[in-house]
Design a protein around this ligand. Structure first.
Ligand code: SF4
Length: 251
């Protein structure tokens, strides 16, 4: 007898996958298992969202599986011996920042999810306006419900807010200051996001600086700026901004 395909959902506990999950359940779609790949580097708000939902899965008889990298993220980033393709000799330790053309963490994650989900159906929370991500998801067993339903990123976020999920840390809603609530150490963060982490999430900023002090590669590869350079710029811009505001009072 051929076993029928199971229905899995790959969930990051960010806004899009969470919205997809609730809508799947509300609309009565089949769902056997929720799979979360835990890099160990997610924001606390992601972990608290996960913890809030585990009882919800249990109540509905939905299996919850948490996958982990084979080797710790920080070991891969800072310590793994890397051999030169030309000489075969170890020429550096660690892949450094994960992001841009060197998204080694994404590769690990996709491999682990593929291996676990296999040929079963896989619901993936890509929003209808994330067209740049469609092409990257080419597996025949993937299902993109948010695309099918025409749900944009903004609509997914609002839907989660309406359900009472806000991803708050330090009194700040993370989606107010970040474009993506993925790994806090993600090398893909833009200047606006970095500035906001510096300004509103000092604990993460401190952790980012600790990572920068352990890797030779500057965070901003193209401009060659490290997080220490950026901190200097951010500090100056805040100072200048407050001076402009103060002088405006006396005009
Ligand atoms: S979110 Fe960023 S750091 Fe995390 S795995 Fe993806 S690319 Fe790498």
């Amino acid at each position: 007898m051929i076993a029928s395909k199971r229905f899995c959902a790959s969930i990051s506990f960010g806004k899009d996958s969470l919205c997809m999950l609730f809508m799947l359940i509300e609309k009565g779609y089949p769902l056997d298992e929720v799979v979360f790949y835990n890099t160990g580097m997610d924001f606390e708000a992601i972990y608290s969202t996960r913890d809030r939902l585990i009882p919800f899965f249990k109540e509905r008889g939905i299996k919850f599986t948490e996958l982990h990298p084979d080797k710790p993220f920080l070991w891969l980033m800072l310590e793994k011996p890397i051999r030169s393709r030309d000489t075969g000799l170890i020429h550096k330790y660690g892949y450094s920042w994960c992001g841009g053309p060197c998204r080694w963490g994404t590769g690990e994650k996709l491999r682990a999810l593929k291996k676990h989900i296999g040929h079963n159906w896989d619901y993936v929370g890509i929003a209808a306006d994330e067209t740049h991500r469609f092409g990257k998801e080419t597996r025949a067993n993937r299902i993109l419900p948010l695309v099918e339903w025409g749900i944009s990123e903004a609509e997914a976020l609002q839907y989660c807010y309406n359900k009472g999920f806000f991803w708050e840390e330090n009194g700040i809603r993370l989606y107010d200051i970040l474009d993506r609530v993925s790994c806090w150490c993600c090398g893909n963060k833009n200047l606006k996001e970095l500035f906001n982490i510096y300004r509103y999430l000092p604990t993460y900023w401190q952790q980012l600086k600790e990572l920068q002090s352990k890797t030779n590669r500057p965070y901003r590869r193209q401009s060659g700026k490290s997080l220490f350079d950026l901190e200097e710029e951010f500090r100056k811009s805040i100072k200048e901004d407050s001076m402009i505001k103060k002088s405006a009072i006396f005009v």
